[in-house]
Design a protein around this ligand. Structure first.
Ligand SMILES: [Fe+2]
Ligand SMILES: [Fe+2]
Length: 336
């Protein structure tokens, strides 16, 4: 994929440095200042895109950027400023989480049950029109085209039952050996059916900060061993809030006349995640906490972040549509 268009002075400087081959002190200073002064880090286009660009070097990289940047110590130092601010914002967003003596899977269920964020799936089931569907898929493509990858970074940090259970889930996400059944591939097919460019990263320029805040949260948890508990809690919350909403998304597409060749991405999740949610909460998170009880708080934190950051994306789209605006950036043609 290619580097995305800049969204402010910081991403402009970062883009110039990455292509030129050296990080300038002015860019590092801009990172420090952006992190120190921005008031809404999770909604800040410049900060979120910069963090996504830094993390993407660990995934597929960019055509114009030398692969050696991945472990450039200065770039990782710059990224740390952004990560600190992002993490503070997550803490502020989810507030204090009161842990209890209950098994962690029950605490996760309680957290999910208490989530009162707006239901985007209900809107899409009943009212979402084709253009809103395109916008929704564009936003979600930032994650779903690399579905499962951010959490997979946590696998080598685990052992025993938690690891085996997590690999069982991830194997399904990756299609169980059939490339065409990979969830990222099923999502790409869905995008193409709705006339969108499904190439990896192709729609980044149209995606709002909320899309990157979501994936950056997963990358943060997956790439730092210190956050392994949060990575697993995040995965559990994703799995636990997927099956029923997927049924609604599928219904929304059928309402618009699409058949099962298009809805297969959601239909697959209705089935698979009804099973995954149990494995993730009980076998993955339960086993991790049995082995490392001190991580219970991080598991709940990761789960709470998943719910809250998803809520931000839903609020962003629904708010824009309510106001008669697009929830995407710019007027770029989205079609392939
Ligand atoms: Fe999936
Ligand atoms: Fe799943």
């Amino acid at each position: 994929m290619h580097l995305p268009e800049p969204r402010g002075p910081f991403t402009r400087a970062l883009r110039a440095d990455l292509t030129a081959g050296a990080l300038s002190p002015a860019t590092v200073d801009l990172a420090r200042r952006t992190a120190a002064t921005c008031t809404d880090p999770l909604g800040d286009e410049d900060l979120q895109l910069a963090l996504a660009v830094c993390y993407e070097l660990h995934y597929r990289g960019f055509a114009e950027v030398d692969d050696a940047w991945e472990w450039d110590p200065e770039l990782i130092g710059l990224r740390a400023h952004l990560e600190r601010r992002h993490t503070e914002a997550l803490r502020a967003l989810v507030g204090d989480l009161e842990g209890t003596d209950e098994p962690v899977d029950r605490q996760l269920s309680a957290l999910v049950a208490a989530d009162d964020g707006p239901s985007l799936s209900s809107f899409m089931a009943r009212r979402g029109d084709l253009e809103q569907w395109r916008e929704y898929l564009t936003l979600r493509s930032v994650y779903h085209l690399k579905e499962a990858d951010p959490h997979t970074f946590a696998v080598p940090r685990l052992s025993g039952r938690a690891k085996a259970a997590m690999v069982e889930i991830q194997a399904d996400e990756y299609g169980g050996g059939a490339p065409g059944r990979m969830h990222s591939e099923l999502f790409a097919g869905l995008m193409r059916d709705l006339g969108l460019d499904a190439a990896y990263g192709a729609l980044w320029d149209a995606a709002p900060a909320a899309a990157f805040a979501s994936v950056n949260t997963m990358s943060l948890f997956g790439l730092h061993r210190r956050w392994r508990g949060a990575a697993l809690g995040h995965l559990a919350a994703v799995e636990m809030t997927s099956s029923e909403p997927s049924r609604r998304y599928s219904a929304g597409l059928r309402r618009l006349g699409f058949d099962e060749s298009t809805t297969v991405f959601y239909d697959e999740h209705v089935e698979a995640d009804a099973v995954h949610e149990q494995i993730a909460a009980v076998d993955v998170c339960g086993s991790l906490v049995a082995e490392e009880p001190d991580l219970a708080g991080d598991v709940l934190f990761g789960a709470a972040c998943a719910l809250a950051v998803d809520g931000l994306a839903a609020t962003h789209l629904l708010g824009a549509w309510e106001a008669g605006r697009s929830g995407l950036r710019g007027q770029r043609p989205l079609a392939a």
